[in-house]
Design a binder for this molecule. Structure first.
Ligand SMILES: O=C1O[C@H](COP(=O)(O)O)[C@@H](O)[C@H](O)[C@H]1O
Length: 249
C-alpha cells in the first residue's frame, strides 16, 4: 500500500456477520437508493449466509438496492463459475423484499460486446456520471493479488478511460471475463476488501505492508475521496505487523 493511503484494517474471528451489519448500515445511511458493487468467489457465500438477516434486522427496512457485479466470468448462468448465477441462486432469494436489482454483464455476448453493453447499462443506472460512483464496493483478492478480473502485470491495469473492460486471457480460468476498471474502483465512496483463510496471508501482507514499485492490482485500489477498509479473518491477517482493529469502523 502506498504511504499515505488512508486504509483501516479490521481483523475478526468471523468476518461474515460484522461485514453484513456494515453493509446493512451503509444501505440504511444511503437514505434512498443504495448502489453496491460486489465481486464473486468466496464473497458470495459470505454474503448469502449473513446479509439477509442483517438487512432484516435494520429498523429502516430495505430500500431500493442496485447490486452490480464488479466482474463476471463469461460462462452460462447455470455454470458453476458464473458469478451472477451464484448470486441468483444463493443470495437474492434470501433477501427481504424489495430485493436488490441485479446488474450483470450478459454472458451471451462476445467479450468486447459484453463489455460495451455492460458499460452502457451502467451509464443508464448512473445518469450524468461519466464514471459511476458506487456507495460501496465489496472486493475480493486472489492469492496472486488480483482483484475483480484485474490481474498482476496485465495491460488492463493501465486503463484510464473505459469503466468496464473485457479480458480474454485471464490467467485464472475461465479466460473470458468482464471487469470494472481501476477508475471505477477508485471513484467509489467506500471500498471494502474481504479476505479469509491462510492462503491469502502472504498476499495480504504484500499489499498492506509492501511498498512495491509495481503494485499488485488490489494495492492499486485507493479511492480518491472514499474510505478504504480491509476485513480479514485471523488466518488471512496472520503475517501482518501493522496496527489492526478488532471491529469494523
Ligand atoms: O476469480 C475471481 O477471484 C476473486 C477472488 O476470489 P476468492 O474466491 O479467492 O475470494 C474474486 O474476487 C473475483 O470476483 C473472481 O472473479
Amino acid at each position: 500500500m502506498a504511504p499515505g493511503a488512508a486504509c483501516r484494517v479490521s481483523v475478526l474471528r468471523e468476518p461474515g456477520p460484522g461485514l453484513a451489519r456494515f453493509v446493512a448500515a451503509q444501505a440504511a445511511a444511503a437514505g434512498g437508493r443504495f448502489t453496491l458493487g460486489v465481486s464473486g468467489g468466496s464473497l458470495v457465500e459470505l454474503l448469502a449466509l449473513h446479509l439477509p438477516s442483517a438487512v432484516r434486522a435494520c429498523p429502516s427496512g430495505p430500500g431500493p438496492w442496485l447490486l452490480a457485479l464488479c466482474d463476471e466470468r463469461l460462462v452460462p448462468p447455470e455454470h458453476p463459475d458464473s458469478t451472477a448465477g451464484a448470486y441468483q441462486a444463493r443470495l437474492l432469494p434470501r433477501m427481504p423484499s424489495p430485493g436488490p436489482t441485479l446488474l450483470a454483464p450478459s454472458p451471451r455476448l462476445a467479450p468486447a460486446a459484453a463489455a460495451a453493453d455492460y458499460a452502457a447499462r451502467l451509464r443508464q443506472a448512473f445518469p450524468g456520471e461519466p464514471v459511476p460512483v458506487f456507495d460501496l464496493l465489496l472486493l475480493g483478492v486472489g492469492p496472486d493479488g488480483h482483484t475483480c478480473s484485474l490481474f498482476p502485470g496485465h495491460p488492463l491495469l493501465q486503463e484510464q478511460e473505459a469503466v468496464v473492460a473485457a479480458i480474454t486471457d485471464s490467467p485464472k480460468p475461465p479466460p473470458e471475463r468482464i471487469t470494472f476498471t481501476l477508475p471505477v474502483l477508485n471513484a467509489a465512496k467506500a471500498v471494502v476488501f474481504v479476505a479469509t483463510g491462510e492462503g491469502k496471508a502472504a498476499v495480504v501482507k504484500r499489499i498492506l505492508e509492501g511498498d512495491e514499485e509495481n503494485p499488485l492490482p488490489a494495492a492499486r485500489v485507493r479511492p480518491r475521496s472514499g474510505q478504504l477498509c480491509w476485513i480479514l479473518d485471523e488466518a488471512a491477517a496472520k503475517e501482518l505487523t501493522i496496527p489492526v482493529e478488532n471491529s469494523i469502523p
